[in-house]
Design a protein around this ligand. Structure first.
Ligand SMILES: [Zn+2]
Length: 143
């Protein structure tokens, strides 16, 4: 996923002005533009200008700028378009259905019953406390 050259990456092309997009916000490190597919009107993408495959590659400065832009865009989408809620969506890799290998955060207006972004395929049992503690211990070893 990280092997895409910036000159072949459509989001890099949007960031450097060589591909068209309906840009709604830009600053030194980030930009936001209207998504091609509008499940509900207002679906917007927020990206870093520089090519990062996903959030794991971000430096702290770019990460802070990206989150600041996500906050700004999410608030604006929530005011500008009909919604009963909002979803933020970032996928990493093909198993998570990442289509463009340049970090992007989707901001989606949501409506009750829209059947979009169903996170769990069905009812799941609540995990046991000892399982959660074991997972937390595993995760802490990788921080
Ligand atoms: Zn890129």
């Amino acid at each position: 996923m990280t092997d895409v050259a910036p000159d072949q990456c459509v989001f890099c092309q949007i960031a450097n002005g060589t591909a068209p997009a309906s840009i709604v916000h830009e600053d030194e490190l980030t930009l936001a533009f209207i998504g091609l597919r509008q499940f509900h009107p207002g679906h917007t993408l927020v990206i870093p200008r520089a090519h990062f495959a996903d959030i794991r590659e971000l430096d702290e400065r770019t990460g802070a700028a990206l989150m600041a832009s996500v906050v700004k865009i999410t608030a604006a989408v929530g005011k500008a378009f009909p919604n009963e809620g909002l979803s933020l969506w970032h996928s990493i890799g093909p198993a998570a259905f990442q289509e463009v290998p340049h970090l992007h955060i989707h901001v989606h207006p949501r409506l009750h019953g829209d059947d979009f972004l169903r996170v769990y395929p069905g009812a799941l049992p609540t995990s046991q406390a000892h399982e959660r503690e074991a997972y937390a211990a595993t995760l802490r070893q990788h921080l």
